[in-house]
Design a protein around this ligand. Structure first.
Ligand code: SF4
Length: 472
């Protein structure tokens, strides 16, 4: 049975895009006074873009008179802001929706909505599969959420999954969690068509925010006391404000001048777009962090061609050489997919040898999971058996951990400036912070410092993921 969707004349439709991760974020409203409308609970899954989007959703709802809550049991509206990058990311949402059924039974007026990439990918079929869902909104449809809630409250299934060529939410100031570090979306969508990736179909075409709105927001974050900002986009290197004639290198340069004490990070980069100019700017400006996440996905040129990555192993290694020659202490991380279609043992060994050559601090590693309607799903055979995928993944993980442990051990005896983020997870007697090149460091509190301070720490020990030190 197909479901008639109420139409909303709000956003011009166009094309497609997407991303990763996991965790929960209950948006905290800083709104004062009585809420005129209901309370909204937002749970975010996937990449940092999704977490940043939840802050935009919270801002849109706040403007409309809603408040946000950290408690699902207290909520009138529950949103799951979802990821579609892998099948298991979607399975998590299906089981989360099951777990919300008890709340819906208790309160039949509760509105349950699915936002983000999974909503965009599944569209009406989500209503058919999950009866509990009242509302769906794709990544470019968040301005229409107040109207969608009203429709859902009147008993209709409400949906807006139009993708936009223009929407950047540039005029919306996100409702951020308090802390030392903020995320800031500078662009949306992706024009690359990596064959495994659902993002171009769930987040639409690439669009850049006007540069001045970004610089103004960084200034505001600095005035509010944030000490670090991460510029976000599916492919930030191709940021381009055509009207302002500002590319990503120029944007980073201008951003670095706003508050010379504020650390600026960015993610994610595509290897084909990372330029000499950008790396030179990072090298020159002290507050641009010496850390680059540069997804490679595979070490085999043959597999990279099947993935439609638009770079070879050799191109990638040349970029790494360029980065390491300009910024010798630059830390690197990457994404790797194990067991992509037709991957042989030789291809896999090329991935392992690339890991040895580059020596990343960290790698996000995944088993290939076919996503419906992607070019890989249409044209290639997912022919590597699961046991082989698992074994290859394990070999990649073991190697990246060994290399990370070696790299972290090289820090012992050195002194780093650490931005304190808060208590260490293991002990409230210890602080947790990060080096400029994104390594987590813990050290005992002295009573002389607080979260948000920059302090000098000598490293005395290290694991594969944490530096341990003492303040000097
Ligand atoms: S660059 Fe490739 S992997 Fe990254 S979001 Fe775009 S299509 Fe997906």
């Amino acid at each position: 049975m197909s479901i008639e969707l109420p139409t909303l004349d709000i956003i011009e439709g166009s094309k497609e895009i997407a991303t990763t991760g996991e965790e929960t974020y209950a948006a905290k409203s800083k709104r004062s006074g009585e809420a005129k409308k209901g309370k909204v609970y937002i749970e975010s899954y996937g990449c940092q873009m999704n977490f940043a989007d939840s802050e935009i959703v919270a801002a849109i709802l706040k403007q409309d008179g809603y408040s946000t809550t950290d408690s699902e049991t207290d909520a009138d509206v529950i949103f799951l802001n979802t990821c579609a990058i892998r099948d298991n990311a979607e399975q998590k949402i299906h089981s989360r929706l099951q777990s919300l059924k008890a709340l819906k039974r208790k309160n039949p007026k509760l509105v349950v909505g699915v936002l983000g990439c999974m909503a965009e990918r599944m569209k009406q079929s989500l209503f058919e599969q999950e009866k509990i869902v009242d509302l769906i909104a794709g990544p470019d449809a968040y301005r229409s959420i107040p109207q969608l809630i009203e429709l859902a409250e009147s008993g209709q299934k409400a949906a807006n999954v139009f993708l936009s060529l223009e929407e950047t939410y540039a005029d919306i100031t996100p409702v951020r969690r308090e802390g030392v570090s903020a995320f800031l979306s500078i662009m949306r969508g992706c024009d690359n068509m990596c064959s495994f990736c659902v993002v171009p179909f769930t987040r639409g075409r690439e669009r850049s925010r006007p540069f001045q709105t970004i610089l103004d927001e960084i200034k505001m974050l600095s005035d509010e006391g944030f000490k670090e900002v991460t510029l976000l986009g599916q492919n930030v290197n191709s940021y381009n404000d055509e009207q302002g004639k500002v590319n990503f290198a120029e944007l980073m340069y201008r951003a670095s001048l706003i508050d010379e004490k504020m650390r600026i990070r960015f993610t994610t980069s595509h290897p084909k777009d990372i330029s000499d100019e950008l790396v030179s700017v990072i090298a020159e400006r002290p507050n641009l962090c010496k850390f680059i996440h540069l997804p490679v996905q595979s070490g085999s040129t043959r597999i990279l061609a099947l993935m439609n990555r638009n770079h070879t192993r050799e191109d990638y290694l040349k970029k790494i050489e360029m980065i390491q020659s300009k910024i010798p202490d630059c830390a690197l991380s990457t994404d790797i997919i194990a067991g992509f279609c037709t991957e042989t043992e030789e291809d896999h060994r090329e991935t392992l040898s690339l890991l040895e050559q580059v020596r990343y601090d960290y790698a996000f590693t995944f088993i290939y999971s076919e996503r419906p309607n992607t070019p890989a799903a249409k044209k290639l055979k997912d022919d590597v058996d699961n046991a082989t995928k698992q074994r290859r993944l394990q070999e990649i993980v073991t190697l990246t951990k060994r290399i990370a442990a070696e790299r972290y051990a090289e820090s012992i005896g050195k002194v780093y400036e650490i931005l304190i983020e808060g208590d260490s997870k293991r002990s409230s007697e210890m602080w947790m912070g990060r080096t400029d090149n994104n390594r987590v460091a813990v050290f005992p509190k002295t009573g002389q410092e607080k979260a948000g301070d920059f302090v000098k720490v000598r490293i005395t020990n290290a694991t594969a993921a944490t530096l341990i030190g003492e303040r000097i």
